[in-house]
Unconditional design. Structure first.
Length: 252
């Protein structure tokens, strides 16, 4: 059986190099990781693609819920085309209706924007599925939409708590790669892979040490303290441990 892939969420070329050096198979690129991830700039996509790993780019125009109006959907379709033109090998998309169903029309429009760019690309449904009213039923819709994979915690706060539903989603969506993600730690990986998922996804993040030399004042809603007012970087030790946990075990 093929070994599940390791995907690392990164926000910079430095994070992508760390992922490459320590055994990741691909990266998901976003900005605003502390906000759940937002669409990165074209220049950032180009810089990360140049590192050498396949780059799946999150396309999400704002934080908050996944209920998008027509204007937001049109903007994200344009972002899909932009990030693919900048070197993305795939995009990570999603949208829900106000009652918690998959917004199939919006998802189909975003997927079409990706597939109409003139080269093969992968399309992943993001964790909007975990906020849907029925994640397993939502997963069953994906094969007909032509999606490559789905990133999910099985509808749980963390993927390690959603094992039964992850296994059900694997069964419900034949031909779609189910990728376990959300609060994943390396120690969770054996249990996750036992559900039959095709990949595991983790941010492997830690807070960067602040480099300010002057006084601190809050500049935004997330700036609760001087220690927290920083950004995340990719931790090489966590990536390496995740890679180790995915390697086949041999009998002694």
């Amino acid at each position: 059986m093929r070994r599940p892939a390791l995907e690392i969420a990164v926000t910079s070329p430095a994070g992508a190099r760390t992922a490459l050096d320590h055994g990741a198979d691909r990266v998901e690129l976003c900005t605003g990781l502390e906000l759940g991830g937002l669409t990165p700039s074209a220049a950032l996509v180009e810089a990360v693609a140049a590192v050498g790993l396949p780059v799946q780019v999150l396309v999400r125009c704002r934080p908050g819920d996944f209920v998008h109006d027509a204007e937001e959907t049109a903007l994200m379709a344009a972002e899909v085309r932009s990030v693919i033109a900048s070197g993305a090998s795939g995009v990570v998309i999603g949208a829900l209706t106000a009652d918690g169903c998959l917004h199939t029309e919006a998802v189909a429009r975003l997927a079409a924007a990706a597939h109409d760019t003139g080269r093969p690309v992968e399309v992943t449904l993001h964790r909007a599925i975990d906020l849907s009213s029925d994640p397993v039923a939502t997963a069953a819709l994906l094969p007909a939409l032509g999606l490559t994979r789905v990133l999910t915690s099985g509808g749980a706060p963390a993927a390690g708590q959603g094992l039964d539903r992850l296994a059900a989603m694997v069964e419900a969506a034949p031909g779609v790669q189910v990728m376990a993600g959300g609060g994943v730690r390396p120690a969770d990986i054996p249990a996750l892979t036992a559900t039959g998922v095709a990949a595991v996804h983790l941010s492997a993040k830690r807070r960067a040490e602040p480099r300010r030399g002057a006084a601190w004042i809050p500049l935004g809603a997330s700036s609760a303290s001087a220690d927290q007012d920083t950004h995340f970087v990719t931790d090489p030790a966590v990536v390496a441990e995740a890679r180790r946990m995915l390697e086949p075990r041999t009998a002694a």
